[in-house]
Ligand binder design. Structure first.
Ligand code: ATP
Ligand code: MG
Length: 236
C-alpha cells in the first residue's frame, strides 16, 4: 500500500443503545480505491457515516493523514477534504445542475469555475443538462450529479455509498468507468458497493464486513479465490 491517507482505528459506533460497529479498522492509502462489501445491515453505511461524525464513534479514532478527525464537527471534517456521497444522493430538486454543483464549492475561497468545468468533462450528460432542475433528472443523472458535486470540492478522499444501486446495467457500466477515471486523476475513493463484479473491477483492496466487523481483507484476486468468504458473507 502507498502512504496512509485515511485510517479507521478500532471504531465502535452506536445508534442509541444498539452497538452497530464493533471495532472496525480500515486503512485507505493515497490514490487507492478501497471498497467495503457485505450483506444488507452489515454496517457499511454506518462506517462511512462514522467517518463524517454522524454518528460519532464512541471508541476508536478516525485519522486523515495522521490528524485525528474523531472529535471534529462534520463541516470541519468536510473542509479538511473528506467528501461524502450518501446513498440517498441528496441533490436539491429545485436548483439547477449548475447551482447544485456550486453548492459543492460552499466554504471554499472561489466559486470553482475551473473545478466545475473539469467535473463536467467527466460527465458530458450533466453538461447537456446544466440548466435543468435537479428534479427533472433521471436517477442515473442524479447519481452523477451527487458524485460531481462531491468532486468539485477537490476532496482528498471521496466516500461513495452504493452509487450503482437501482441503475440500469449500461449506466452501471458507465458509472464504473467514470469512478475509475476519477481515481486515475488522483482522487482516493472509499466505496461501498453491493455488486461484486463492480467492486472487484474498481478496487485495489476490499474489506468484507458482517455484523459490524471486518471479516476479511484482501485484493480482488484474494476475494475471487475465496469462495467460502463469498458464500458466508456475500451470499454469492
Ligand atoms: N438510524 C439508525 N438507527 C438505528 N439503527 C440503525 C440506523 N441506521 C442503521 N441502523 C442499523 O445498523 C445496522 C447497520 O446498518 P447500515 O445501514 O450501516 O448497514 P449497510 O451495510 O449499509 O446495509 P445496506 O446494504 O442495507 O445499505 C443495521 O442493523 C441497521 O438496522
Ligand atoms: Mg448502506
Amino acid at each position: 500500500m502507498t502512504k496512509k491517507l485515511l485510517e479507521l482505528d478500532g471504531i465502535h459506533t452506536y445508534y442509541g443503545e444498539a452497538h452497530v460497529l464493533q471495532g472496525v479498522s480500515i486503512t485507505v492509502g493515497e490514490g487507492e480505491v478501497v471498497t467495503l462489501i457485505g450483506r444488507n445491515g452489515a454496517g457499511k453505511t454506518t462506517t462511512l457515516r462514522s467517518i463524517m461524525g454522524i454518528p460519532r464513534p464512541r471508541r476508536g479514532r478516525v485519522l486523515l493523514r495522521g490528524a485525528d478527525l474523531t472529535a471534529l464537527p462534520t463541516h470541519e471534517i468536510a473542509r479538511r477534504g473528506v467528501a461524502w456521497v450518501p446513498e440517498e444522493r441528496r441533490i436539491l430538486p429545485n436548483l439547477t445542475v449548475r447551482e447544485n454543483l456550486r453548492l459543492g464549492r460552499l466554504g471554499t475561497r472561489d466559486n470553482g469555475t475551473h473545478e466545475i468545468d473539469e467535473a463536467l468533462g467527466l460527465f458530458p450528460r450533466l453538461r447537456e443538462r446544466i440548466e435543468h432542475l435537479g428534479r427533472h433528472l433521471s436517477g442515473g443523472e442524479q447519481q452523477m450529479l451527487a458524485i460531481a458535486r462531491a468532486l468539485v470540492a477537490s476532496p482528498s478522499v471521496m466516500l461513495v455509498d452504493e452509487p450503482t444501486e437501482g441503475l440500469a446495467p449500461l449506466l452501471v457500466q458507465s458509472l464504473t468507468q467514470i469512478l475509475a477515471a476519477i481515481n486515475r486523476r488522483g482522487t482516493t475513493i472509499l466505496l461501498v458497493e453491493q455488486t461484486l463484479e463492480v467492486a472487484l473491477a474498481l478496487s485495489h483492496r476490499l474489506y468484507v464486513m458482517d455484523q459490524g466487523r471486518i471479516q476479511f481483507e484482501g485484493t480482488p484476486e484474494d476475494v475471487r479465490h475465496a469462495p467460502s468468504v463469498q458464500q458466508r458473507f456475500l451470499g454469492v
